[in-house]
Design a protein around this ligand. Structure first.
Ligand SMILES: [Zn+2]
Ligand SMILES: [Zn+2]
Ligand SMILES: [Zn+2]
Length: 66
């Protein structure tokens, strides 16, 4: 029973989770683990998409506590 029942509305990847805000299907890559929202709804400071260009120069990002 591990077959995903949904497909990410963003990338169409198999997903078993939905956005708790817009209730659209979202894979783990596009579902925020903090607010359980998809990338379109997530308003967390740390975006899930790593496609964002970091113009702050090289260097490790801030390490979250725990
Ligand atoms: Zn996705
Ligand atoms: Zn959403
Ligand atoms: Zn979030």
């Amino acid at each position: 029973m591990s077959e995903p029942r949904f497909a990410c509305s963003i990338c169409n990847e198999p997903s078993s989770e939905i956005c708790h805000y817009c209730t659209k299907d979202a894979c783990q890559n596009h579902l925020c683990a903090r607010c359980q929202r998809c990338s379109d709804c997530c308003s967390c400071e740390v975006p899930l998409d790593e496609e964002l260009e970091t113009v702050h120069g090289a260097g490790g990002g801030p390490s979250p506590a725990n």
